[in-house]
Every structure is written in C-alpha cells, then in structure tokens.
Design a protein around this ligand. Sequence first.
Ligand SMILES: [Zn+2]
Length: 244
Amino acid sequence: MSKIIREGFAQFCKRQQAGLLVVGEIRKQEQKDKEALLDAQEKRFERKYNLFYENLDLIMRHKDEIIETPRYANIDAHYLLEGGGLYVGRLATSRQVNIAGTLITFNLKLGTLLKIWEIGQFRIACRCGETAVIRRFVGTPLSGGSSASAICPKCKMEIYVKHRSFGKYFFFASEKLNEDIEMVVKSLIAKWTIAEAEHHKKYAEGYCKDPKIANELKDDGEICDLETLLQELWQKELEEAAKA
Ligand SMILES: [Zn+2]
C-alpha cells in the first residue's frame, strides 16, 4: 500500500536548494526542448523545400509515375504549398489529432499536390513555353481577391499571378488534405480488418494462442522520402540515357 508523505515548508526549501526541479520548471524545460525540436524541423523543411523546387523539372517529368506509385505518391508534401487569407487563416496542409494519447499527423501527400497542379487555377504559362505551378497564395474570401506566386520547372522563373478567385485556391486545396486524411484512415481500417480475419483463421486452426489481433497488423513497409525519390529518378534517367 502506498503512503502519502506530506512535505513541510522547510523540507521543500531544502529540496529546492539542493537543485531539484519544481513542477513549473520541469514543464518549462519540456517547452524549451519542444521549441528546439521545432527549430530543427523548420530548418529541415526549408532545406527540403529548396531541394524540391530546384528539381521540379525532374519531378514533373515523372509526374504520372509518382501519382501511380503509392510509395512515391504518399511522400509528405505539406511544406511545399503555402496559402492563407484574412478570416480563414492559414491553409492547413498538415493536421495532428490525438487518438487515445497517441499523436497522429496527417500530411498533404506528394501525389495529391501533383494532382492539384493539374487544375487550371494552380497553373500558368511561362514565357519560356513551359507551365509554371502555384506554390504560394494569399487573399481574402470577402472580395475573393488574391495574389499568388508560381514557379516554372524549366527556367525556374518566379511568376506573380493576380485576379484569380481566392476561394478556388483555398477551399479546393483544403478539401484535398481532407481527402488524404480519409484515405489514411480507410487504409488503417482495411488493414485492421485483414489482421482480424488473419488472426481468427490462425486461432481457429490452432496456430496461434495469443488473443491479440495487433500481432497481425501489417504496414506498408519503409517510408520513402523526397531524397530517395530524387535519387531513384536521377538513376532512372541516367540508365535511360545510357541505353539510348
Ligand atoms: Zn519558364
């Protein structure tokens, strides 16, 4: 049985003098550590953002292949599209939800971003003859006015785009994150259903004594990141050039 020990004020002061942290201080420390992590994360996404747009031509050349390959299509792309406006705030390209104390992060996916760029609203002709894609927009839903900036995959020129409907940018892109969230949740439910069926079968056949279904839960394997994708695409183009 546990026993509650009441600490006197003198004991408390002694404990503080000895350098032990009080509750407020340990929370402050946690906050500091979290901020340091966010800073490092921000630098990482800045590097990935630059890397992605420097190689946008390569990505666009393999657009269909990326969309059709789940390993590529599911790459996190939340930091590649920025938007926001008065009253509606920042465009959410990432959402965190707490499920039973487990934080789940849903991000806009690369395949989805490439599909957003197929819509006329998110494209503009560049002077070089190539089509540039919108990567940033701001505006207001009241007047509907907006200004956006696009980048050309070929000449890397930044193009400023005005007088397009803000709502068409904002609500269209917001809906796309919702579709990605739905896809992940449905996929998890499907995987759990398969695990359940697998488990019941093994249990009935006497192969398994463990009553927990989680043992049978299978994931999609290793996550592919942007750097791996670029490397694989470069490799592919090199091999094709060697063959030609
Ligand atoms: Zn261009």
